[in-house]
Design a protein around this ligand. Structure first.
Ligand code: SAH
Length: 231
């Protein structure tokens, strides 16, 4: 009988980078390097570690998700980051995307509305020795003016519109990447580039994200009472 060999995360990670990123057109070397180096299994519940390199989002605490690796790569690549860029992430979740951003860019500020997730992410990032990331608890739809302006702003939850506060905190030449949609869980991924007073918007394709809940996002509360139930 063959002995059961536990899956090797390093091999799984290398396979994910090739199969789910490179073969689907992700080519930014810094993004591929970061995702080839960071242990995604470290950012999920130990019970889900074997699924850490699957081609899908996975559940985390507070009814939220860690995004599909391909989506993290597409969003990070779309930010066109350089090593000295300052980045704001709205929606820390597991902290995985923040770790990727920190490896690709310079300073990262990441905001999470659920304290339990922010605390877990802070611990995970520290355990991996990731510095240059500041985790903040709060409503990210209002941004984080203390460190503005940002060369890149990425929102990892879907809102009804791009929050004006985030556009105000985008540097000249800066890029904002965010899922926007009228439906609560169906969005188009938008990239907005600031050129002086002008904002140039591009649609990067359909995506599905958990909702952005906040003052300049969706209202908090039970959505089943806001939308009629389909019978
Ligand atoms: N980037 C994350 C994905 C997190 S999912 C990762 O790599 O794991 C989106 C996160 O956005 C959730 O944790 C959710 O709680 C958070 N979120 C939603 N609305 C928010 C808001 N207004 N401010 C900050 N975080 C918010």
């Amino acid at each position: 009988m063959k002995r059961h060999r536990p899956l090797d995360p390093d091999r799984q990670r290398a396979q994910m980078v090739r199969r789910d990123l490179v073969e689907r057109g992700v080519h930014d070397p810094a993004v591929l390097e970061a995702m080839g180096a960071l242990p995604r299994e470290h950012f999920v519940d130990p019970g889900l570690a074997e699924a850490a390199y699957d081609d899908c989002a996975l559940p985390i605490d507070a009814d939220q998700t860690i995004s599909q690796p391909y989506i993290v790569a597409v969003m990070t690549e779309a930010l066109e980051l350089g090593p000295d860029d300052r980045v704001l992430e709205v929606g820390t979740g597991s902290g995985y995307a923040a770790a990727v951003l920190a490896r690709v860019a310079g300073e990262v500020v990441t905001i999470e509305r659920h304290r339990v997730l922010a605390d877990q992410a802070t611990e995970r990032l520290a355990a991996l020795g990731v510095d240059d990331v500041t985790v903040v608890v709060g409503d990210g739809t209002l941004g984080w003016p203390e460190r503005a302006p940002y060369d890149g702003i990425v929102v990892t939850a879907g809102g009804p519109t791009v929050p004006p506060a985030l556009l105000d905190q985008l540097a000249d030449g800066g890029r904002l990447v965010m899922p926007v949609g009228r439906e609560w869980r169906e969005q188009e991924l938008l990239r907005v580039r600031r050129d002086g007073d002008r904002l140039v918007e591009e649609d990067l394709g359909p995506v599905r994200f958990v909702p952005l809940v906040g003052e300049q996002g969706w209202p908090d509360g039970d959505r089943s009472s806001t939308y009629p139930l389909a019978l």
